[in-house]
Design a binder for this molecule. Structure first.
Ligand SMILES: C[S@@+](CC[C@H](N)C(=O)[O-])C[C@H]1O[C@@H](n2cnc3c(N)ncnc32)[C@H](O)[C@@H]1O
Length: 222
């Protein structure tokens, strides 16, 4: 038993056994922690890293109608759990963007060593606000940053999509956004080009001490 549970993050891995089993099944290590930075009500606040439970991630991605045509981007991917879950469910490409270098490096190591290494999975080290979303069809965010960064993400997405549409042979597919713990949803409301299409209540607790959050699903208007 002690060998089975060897390594770090022992407490979380013991209290979230289904997530430990999913990590093992996919051949990745996504338990970990990195502290937040800044005041929570400041626009530049950055969230701490703790992973979502796989069960919640699968539920949200299915509610957002993930399909094999999707390019899924997780802004603030940490060690990549959402990225690997999206690829496992069949996304055409799964992309994770992470600001903290050691998290991004460990996510990239996960990608290389995972059972999904042959799939189209990309880990990018950098700021979510600077990442191009021109080809993303499903954007996943788990309350990772403050209102200022989110505003830049949404303004950037509009500009990236306009540019992508200019060179595209057919109209772009809509952009869906799955926003977990949607604290700054007002940014999407006032964007003028996104509408809220669904809301998921927090999942019920199930053999795990993981936290669960409501999720809002948004979609771009034609
Ligand atoms: C709450 S964790 C979510 C991790 C993962 N998406 C999940 O659901 O399992 C938020 C992550 O966003 C990252 N982050 C915060 N601000 C960021 C930014 N501006 N650009 C990229 N990543 C950021 C944090 O370092 C942290 O790893």
């Amino acid at each position: 038993m002690s060998r089975f549970l060897s390594g770090s993050n022992l407490r979380a891995r013991t209290l979230q056994p289904a997530d430990e089993l999913w990590d093992r099944r996919l051949g990745v290590r996504t338990f970990g922690y990195h502290p937040a930075d800044g005041a929570h009500d400041s626009g530049q606040w950055r969230a701490h890293y703790i992973p979502s439970s796989y069960r919640d991630v699968f539920r949200v991605l299915r509610a957002a109608n993930l399909s094999k045509d999707d390019i899924v981007t997780d802004l603030g991917c940490g060690l990549g759990r959402v990225v690997f879950a999206a690829s496992w469910l069949g996304a055409r490409r799964a992309v994770g963007v992470e600001l903290i270098p050691w998290l991004a490096e460990a996510a990239e190591r996960n990608r290389r060593e995972s059972r999904l290494a042959g799939r189209d999975i990309r880990i990018v080290t950098g700021d979510a606000a600077a990442h191009s979303l021109g080809d993303t069809t499903l954007l996943y965010m788990f309350h990772a940053f403050g209102e200022g960064v989110l505003s830049r993400v949404i303004e950037g997405a509009a500009a990236d999509r306009e540019r992508a549409a200019l060179g595209a042979p057919a109209p772009l597919p809509p952009l869906r956004i799955a926003y977990v713990n949607p604290v700054h949803e007002v940014v999407l409301q006032r964007s003028g080009w996104m509408r809220r299409v669904a809301e998921l209540p927090p999942a019920r607790q199930w053999f795990s001490n993981a936290d669960h959050y409501a999720t809002a699903i948004w979609e771009s208007t034609p």
